[in-house]
Design a protein around this ligand. Structure first.
Ligand code: HEC
Length: 255
């Protein structure tokens, strides 16, 4: 019974687990770039809004037309976010000097733009009118599709890879963990595995589970005294189950 897990060579098993974990990490790093993609989507949205709403006057790239429409690119006034948003929402008129050039025109109010559209506009205008190249091509229309599909796939790949790695690990190691022991001659791996399981169990049962439960939304809405009883109950229960488990597995010569 003790040698049940050794049909597959230890090296082979370690290689399989390592390969699966590697797949998972690749997926994880794919997900890390999601933040950049979100920024890119925001700038892209800002570019789109700017092009349809503002470029007719302020010109593509925010260069403006001297004496008629002030430049926005390189104009320090646009770095004042409150002023920029207020100008977009309410429009502007009256004398104005930008870069030593006088303007005295009328900019209409853009009161129908959504908060998201304005957020994109602010990012694009303050960021110097730059749109990062869309990953996998510069086709602007393809971007939303790509950002929607990729993270989900990457996330599923990670979960699948780690679940598979865990399953293979459990399958191969379980005979080492549950078999009865000759206590005078315990293989090092068996001893470490059993010790690790005991330590992890006590951490999870007496620290992690009570804190997760107490922080959960449903429980944190309960009465304070109910929360206390629940916390103490969970902690005592986890501890008791662990101690009974230790006593039982020891009696069965499994630890
Ligand atoms: C119909 C033409 C027109 C459109 C469209 C337009 N603007 Fe303007 N904008 C102007 C004019 C004219 C001024 C200068 C107003 C003045 O002289 O007081 C101005 C001024 C500004 C200023 C103030 C600059 C400064 O130095 O204080 C900002 C910021 C600005 N526009 C942003 C935008 C944004 C963002 C859009 C798109 C949502 C936009 N504008 C659309 C005509 C326009």
């Amino acid at each position: 019974m003790n040698s049940g897990g050794r049909g597959l060579g230890r090296a082979t098993v370690l290689m399989i687990v390592a390969a699966l974990v590697a797949v998972g990490s690749v997926g994880a790093s794919a997900q890390e770039s999601e933040g950049d993609t979100a920024d890119a989507a925001l700038l892209q949205a800002g570019f789109d809004t700017y092009t349809t709403q503002c470029a007719g006057c302020h010109q593509p790239g925010g260069t403006g037309i001297a004496g008629t429409f002030p430049p926005l690119n390189g104009n320090p006034a646009v770095q004042d976010t409150a002023y920029l948003i207020q100008t977009i929402r309410n429009g502007k008129q009256g004398a104005l000097v930008v870069d030593g050039v006088d303007y005295d025109g009328v900019m209409p109010a853009f009161s129908t733009l959504s908060a998201d559209q304005i957020e994109g506009l602010v990012a694009y205008v303050q960021g110097g009118f730059v749109v990062p190249a869309a990953p996998g091509g510069d086709n602007a229309a393809a971007l939303p599709v790509a950002t929607g599909a990729l993270p989900d796939l990457a996330g599923m790949a990670i979960v699948a890879a780690f679940a598979l790695a865990a399953a293979v690990g459990v399958l191969v190691l379980s005979p080492r963990i549950i078999s009865t022991l000759d206590r005078l001659d315990v293989p090092w791996l068996d001893a470490w595995l059993r010790s690790a399981i005991i330590v992890v169990y006590f951490i999870v049962a007496t620290v992690a589970v009570p804190s997760i439960v107490l922080q959960s939304e449903t429980v944190s809405r309960l009465d304070r005294s109910v929360q206390d009883v629940l916390g103490v109950g969970l902690w005592t229960g986890g501890l008791a189950v662990g101690l009974i488990g230790l006593w039982y597995t020891h009696r069965e010569r499994r630890i």
